[in-house]
Design a protein around this ligand. Structure first.
Ligand SMILES: [Zn+2]
Length: 327
């Protein structure tokens, strides 16, 4: 597991500090012991002190080991958020696990159905607390009908944008079968994700747009100190609206809009959000040329660590709220 350091002191640093503290304490004790020899006390005093020093060292060692162990269990237990940017070829599908809740953002295209279903099976997913369809394009909702048919779903969110396409109609049919209503995703709306975590929609801000991509539901999820933003296919216009509405918005991990296309990820958006990690969800050798060279250049210039599903496959990011890790 590759560890990515950022903003806060990582646990290993804390550990080394803890260790240095211990050494400092031992030095003090050693000083006392040498003083006692110069004070002409009996040799037995020296051995008692030596015994105490050894005992403290051993105890200190076990304490360190125990802490190291608890560090690992801390990462592996439920005190974390886990995000899977599933490799669905050209499209988006993101699985989020936090506080025993499961959230799915988009379903990938019909073509990728075996990829998404095998991943969900591998993760032993039985139900979704939230499903978010960012916008009605096939590469985002292509498998939504099947997913709704197969899994128990508590809440469904989508922007207020209808479509006449067969895949959209099929999604609506599945929603009706499940007696699920569409909760409208728009800016400021929040979703409950349990303790230490919250989700908030940043977009869409307006009711109508010329470009369907700008209807994209943009979601921010905070887990303790770590912030993740999922943009769907939101383009620069929506990014500008987000910047205008949320003045101090920042994030640690940004899923770039529209598969890294040049129509999204403006310089302003990157500069304000200052992500440490960028995720691009796109297909190998896709016909749109995603991600755009311009976007990659912007990320490189800002030294933003970038992962791409076309190169890295499914990308799994976890956070304990202070550090971010990539599996
Ligand atoms: Zn798309």
């Amino acid at each position: 597991m590759l560890k990515i350091k950022y903003k806060t002191i990582n646990i290993l640093k804390t550990l080394s500090k803890f260790k240095s503290k211990k050494i400092y304490n031992l030095k003090n004790t050693r000083k006392t012991s040498s003083n006692s020899i110069f004070n002409n006390k009996q040799n037995i005093t020296f051995f008692i002190i030596l015994f105490i020093i050894t005992a403290i060292s051993i105890l200190g060692f076990f304490k360190y080991k125990k802490f190291t162990y608890s560090k690992n269990s801390f990462i592996n237990n439920s005190n974390k958020i886990e995000i899977h940017y599933i490799d669905v070829g050209q499209g988006d599908s993101i699985l989020i696990k936090v506080n025993n809740k499961k959230i799915l953002i988009d379903s990938g295209s019909k073509k990728s159905s075996s990829k998404i279903f095998s991943h969900l099976r591998k993760e032993n997913i039985k139900k979704f607390d939230y499903i978010i369809a960012t916008h009605p394009h096939e590469d985002h909702i292509g498998n939504m009908d099947k997913i709704l048919d197969k899994y128990t779903v508590s809440n469904f969110y989508a922007p207020k944008k209808l479509s006449n396409t067969t895949y959209f109609k099929s999604m609506v049919k599945s929603l009706k079968r499940k007696k699920l209503k569409i909760n409208i995703a728009n800016s400021d709306k929040t979703i409950d994700l349990g303790p230490n975590c919250y989700g908030k929609f940043l977009a869409p801000k307006n009711a109508t747009y010329d470009n369907i991509n700008n209807y994209s539901a943009v979601l921010k999820i905070c887990y303790k100190d770590s912030i993740f933003i999922f943009t769907g296919d939101a383009e620069c216009l929506s990014e500008d609206e987000i910047l205008d509405k949320y003045k101090n918005l920042q994030c640690d991990v940004l899923k770039l809009g529209h598969h890294g296309s040049s129509t999204s990820t403006s310089d302003n958006f990157l500069d304000q959000l200052s992500p440490k990690i960028a995720i691009i969800s796109c297909g190998k050798n896709n016909r749109y040329g995603h991600p755009s060279k311009k976007t990659i250049k912007k990320l490189k210039k800002r030294k933003i660590r970038t992962y791409r599903t076309d190169i890295d496959g499914t990308i799994i990011i976890t956070s304990d709220g202070k550090n971010i890790y990539k599996k």
